[in-house]
Design a protein around this ligand. Sequence first.
Ligand code: NI
Length: 169
Amino acid sequence: MIDVEKCRITHYPAEVLAGRAKPVEKIDDNIRQLVQKMTDIMLENKGVGLAAPQAGVPLRMFIISLAGKRENVKVYINPAIVPAGEFDTIEEGCLSVPGVHTKIRRYKKCTVTATDLDGNKFTEEAEGLYARALQHEFDHIEGTTIVNRMSQVAKIAHRRQLKKLEEQK
Ligand code: NI
C-alpha cells in the first residue's frame, strides 16, 4: 500500500531515482490514487511527464501530457519501449534535476507497449517530442536520469547546480 499523501517530487541524487523500479502487479484504487497524485505533482511543477520514482514510488509506471493538461494525461503501466530510427540531440530538462537543461541524444522514434489504468494493453508508435518523452520517462523506471546521460562537458558546465542538489539530499 502506497501512502499517496506522502508522495513528493524527488530530486537527484535520491536513491529511488537510481534503482530499477518494480512491476505494478495489480491496478487497484491505490494505483489510481497514485496516478492522481503524480498528475498533481507534474502539473504543479509544469512538467509534461512524470515517472513513479519521481514521486518517491519505485514502480514501473509513468504519465505523459505533452500539453501539460490534466485531461490529456496518458498513463503507461509496465511499459516496454522499442526504439527505432536515427538519433536526435536536443535540450531536455527533468523535474527531478531542477536547474539543469542539457542536450541528450535519443532515438527519433520508438514503439511503446503498456497497460492503461483500465487494465487494457495498448501499443503506439511515437516520434518527435512524444518519442523523446517516452524514452525519458522509461529511463526513470530503469534508474537512469539526464545526469547519467549528459556528456562530460555538460557535467562540468552544470557542476555547481549538480553539487547544490547533492548537498540538499
Ligand atoms: Ni525526468
